[in-house]
Write a protein that binds this ligand. Structure first.
Ligand SMILES: Nc1ncnc2c1ncn2[C@@H]1O[C@H](COP(=O)(O)OP(=O)(O)OP(=O)(O)O)[C@@H](O)[C@H]1O
Ligand SMILES: [Mg+2]
Length: 303
């Protein structure tokens, strides 16, 4: 294994020692990643996997920011056991983004507002203000995990479409499969997505995970020119619920569980299979793409 030093300016506070293995060097090279976790359907485990994936990357030395892009129903703060004073809506309203960040479990969280804001009423201008605020953090983080809300509206597709890697969560439920397909179709048609990663969640065993993936794969290959890559599946495990109730991610609360191992496996495989070229500038390209989406009028309106 080659030894790679993590850029000290981006090293997460308290994250220099990986939580497992006792090895003081980084377990793999520092890389920039922008990962959107989506799935179309509600309740399939997007937030659960986003939060655990973020903490898994931080445990390996990456300075990680989790963005709660579910503007209607903020969940990440609950899953992480924190009660933020400020959130993304305050940032859109003029609060400094640094003042809205919360540190927890080795990562930073940019929280969303809870319950009071409907997705439909967020204008393009507000959304792009949010993008600009996140952009200002690009020098401070090397891993950005975005929890994208259920649905296929502009907020969801713009966030997901601009990330270098899109991870789609799908469960064995027929509805989840249909919604994951709809989500992929919209990202393919509107955002030019050509490759997506699939995490089968809440599966009873590995074989069920493979079946879920192949059902989605056969739908996609019939209708879309989109490559799907299967990531390790996540078993159904009641510990996700108890960990969530305690505000501690499973990878921290039960690091030796098969659930935690699956999450770490996802982090590893995602790094191993993602195309290096698209990653090299991942953080930058996320923001460049978002900025490119704006019209000159929109840019002017933000000043
Ligand atoms: N693998 C799993 N095993 C057991 N329970 C799980 C698993 N994954 C998620 N859950 C549980 O399912 C519920 C929904 O998960 P979560 O909130 O992460 O879904 P979501 O897709 O983000 O939902 P929403 O669309 O409402 O934001 C939670 O109670 C969570 O603890
Ligand atoms: Mg959620």
């Amino acid at each position: 294994m080659s030894i790679t030093t993590i850029n000290p300016s981006k090293r997460a506070a308290g994250a220099s020692t990986p939580s497992r293995g006792g090895d003081l060097v980084a377990l793999y090279p520092r890389r920039e990643r922008v990962i959107a976790v989506t799935g179309g359907k509600g309740g399939v485990g997007k937030s659960t996997i986003a939060v655990n994936l973020a903490v898994a990357y931080a445990d390996r030395g990456a300075k990680t920011l989790a963005v709660d892009a579910d503007f209607g129903m903020a969940d990440l703060n609950l899953l992480l056991g924190v009660a933020p004073q400020k959130n993304l809506l305050d940032v859109i309203g003029g609060t400094r983004i640094e003042d809205a960040l919360v540190s927890c479990h080795g990562i930073s969280l940019l929280p969303a507002a809870n319950g009071s804001y409907s997705l439909e009423s967020m204008s393009d201008k507000m959304r792009h203000r949010a993008f600009h605020a996140i952009e200002s953090l690009s020098a401070d983080f090397d891993t950005l995990i975005i929890d994208v809300a259920a649905g296929i509206g502009a907020n969801q597709t713009e966030f997901a479409g601009a990330a270098a890697d899109v991870v789609v969560i799908v469960t064995p439920e027929a509805l989840s499969l249909a919604d994951a397909y709809a989500c992929l179709k919209v990202l393919f048609l509107r955002q030019g997505l050509r490759r997506a990663y699939v995490v089968p969640n809440r599966v009873r065993n590995k074989q069920e995970g493979e079946e879920v993936f192949s059902r989605l794969q056969s739908l996609v290959s019939r209708f879309l020119d989109l490559e799907l890559v299967c990531l390790p599946s996540v078993p159904i495990d009641a510990r996700f619920n108890s960990a969530a109730a305690a505000g501690i991610p499973v990878v921290k609360a039960y690091p030796d569980s098969s659930a935690a191992r699956a999450i770490r496996g996802i982090a590893r495989k995602l790094d191993a299979v993602a195309v290096p070229d698209s990653r090299a500038q991942a953080t930058g390209s996320f923001w460049r793409e978002l900025l490119a989406m704006e019209s000159p009028e929109q840019r002017k309106a933000q000043k």
